[in-house]
Design a protein around this ligand. Structure first.
Ligand SMILES: *[C@@H]1O[C@H](CO)[C@@H](O)[C@H](O)[C@H]1NC(C)=O
Length: 494
């Protein structure tokens, strides 16, 4: 068996080698030597991915008015990435049954919550309450063979992505320890008040599609995140961040880290959220604010964010779990769904996006709310929903976000059509209920546009990486890229 496998691997290597020289060869060779067909998708499907990737390259263009200074805050940390199953085994934890915990108090809680999400293939982020136990786990994680350290925290990740554009000046506020400071792009400015003596470590337990532990099997690759991070948990840097904006004079503010407060308990977040709302309200009215949401579990907290924060920002970025949770917390459309099954239905997603913009946004000019833009991302497709008249270059922006998701998941700078696959349906509806429009995506012009009320939707598909290397920070990269390619339309003074 082993011999056969290694012989097959050698042949595959040789075939791979030939493939570069003559793309027509491998099919024949594979048939001849009787290896399983590793090109699982048919030839026509393969070319569909190439058509879409090529169309992105020609259609994605930067807007006329580009941001020159972007201020990003306030969560930043060092991510320690390890194999979840490997680390738990190294900690002498046995497999068992899954159970979700809103806050982790022990390594048993950690194991149960990890299994709960691993068997669903869903992402989650939790607070670990015991500082000593956390330190012990963090030490095992950092010493675990193959553990990798990365820049972490949505704000730092968005900052890093923006800093790849040499003409954008980036200010980052958040708890920046020595390790993180060393890893940040040189172009990023960190105010002295943000520097601290120790780093905030976050542990990221990754698992692969099909990975097995005991009776648990992961349907898709994903990660489970936890930390004992009080600085980020209290959003301690928010006031410093807002204060530094007067001097920095950004033309765009990107805010993230609200989800970190949830694990601190209601007493703290209730108080701190009020202060956060006051601080955010202090930001000059003419500077757009993008809020990046992340995994939350407390409906009351989500509901408070929806009532108090979402109306005072211009733009939000979120994924399918956060979108459904938003609807459940506010009794919106499809709130009766427990969870998405497979690829979220475009019509249902469209219904919820419209509801958010109409209920909590500025779809009516007389509304007090500022929200006019939602960048929605899920594994298989992205939608940029904007209230008409406020934003430009949406088609390029949504495609740019999908392009970065398609390349970065594979660890590449560009989309390799051979390493990705289309998972989204090319036909869908503008709404789940009637009246609805039947829509389709043309691979050569891969943005589908529809309107409902005063909102325009731009959808593009993701070319999903077949063997993703690193999925952490993908949402941040998508939102950052979408913002770089977005522009505000000049508004008449009211
Ligand atoms: C759309 O905008 C118009 C004014 O431009 C307004 O009268 C109308 O109420 C808005 N519709 C919705 C559904 O918000």
């Amino acid at each position: 068996m082993w011999r056969q496998a290694s012989a097959a691997a050698l042949l595959a290597l040789a075939v791979g080698y030939f493939y570069h020289g003559n793309p027509d060869l491998p099919e024949q060779i594979l048939q001849y030597i009787g290896l399983p067909d590793f090109q699982s998708s048919p030839q026509s499907q393969h070319s569909l991915e190439q058509v879409i990737a090529a169309a992105w390259e020609t259609l994605i263009t930067l807007p006329t008015h580009r941001w020159s200074k972007v201020a990003v805050g306030v969560n930043a940390c060092v991510d320690v990435v390890v194999s979840g199953v490997g680390l738990l085994q190294a900690m002498a934890v046995d497999p068992g049954t899954g159970l979700d915990h809103e806050v982790l108090h022990s390594k048993e809680d950690l194991k149960e919550a990890f299994i709960h999400y691993m068997e669903r293939g869903a992402a989650a982020e939790r607070f670990f309450s015991d500082p000593e136990a956390f330190q012990r786990i963090a030490r095992s994680a950092a010493e675990y063979p193959g553990a990798k350290l990365y820049v972490g925290g949505n704000a730092a990740l968005i900052g890093q992505k923006l800093a790849t554009y040499p003409d954008i000046m980036v200010l980052l506020c958040g708890p920046v320890g020595p390790k993180l400071h060393e890893m940040l792009d040189e172009q990023i400015v960190v105010p002295p008040e943000s520097l601290q003596e120790t780093d905030e470590f976050h542990l990221i337990l990754e698992y692969k599609a099909g990975e097995q532990w005991g009776s648990t099997r992961a349907p898709q690759a994903n990660r489970f995140i936890f930390s004992h991070d009080v600085t980020n948990g209290e959003m301690s840097s928010l006031e410093t961040f807002v204060a530094s904006l007067d001097e920095f004079e950004p033309d765009l503010v990107v805010l993230s880290g609200l989800h970190m407060m949830e694990g601190q308990g209601k007493e703290l977040w209730e108080e701190r959220l009020k202060e956060a709302v006051l601080a955010i309200s202090d930001i000059r009215q003419d500077i757009p604010i993008h809020l990046e949401l992340a995994s939350m579990t407390d409906k009351e907290y989500m509901s408070s964010i929806m009532q108090e924060v979402i109306p005072i920002v211009s733009s939000i970025g979120l994924n399918e779990q956060e979108l459904l949770f938003l609807s459940q917390a506010g009794d919106g459309p499809h709130a009766d769904l427990d969870a998405w099954k497979g690829i979220p239905d475009v019509g249902r997603v469209s219904d919820i996006l419209l509801w958010v913009l109409e209920q909590h946004g500025r779809s009516e000019p007389s509304s007090e709310a500022d929200l006019t833009r939602i960048h929605f991302h899920t594994l298989a497709y992205h939608i940029l929903a904007t209230v008409d008249g406020y934003w430009g270059n949406q088609a390029a922006a949504v495609m740019a976000g999908a392009r970065v998701a398609s390349s970065q998941a594979c660890g590449l700078q560009f989309v390799d059509a051979g390493k990705v696959e289309l998972k989204a349906p090319l036909e869908f509806h503008s709404s789940h209920g009637e009246p609805r429009e039947k829509l389709s995506l043309n691979p050569a012009q891969p943005v589908t546009v529809w309107r409902r009320g005063n909102v325009t939707f731009h959808l593009t598909v993701v070319l999903v990486c077949k063997e993703p290397l690193r999925t952490v920070g993908l949402g941040d990269a998508i939102s950052a890229e979408g913002l770089v390619y977005s522009e505000l339309k000049a508004q008449q003074i009211e």
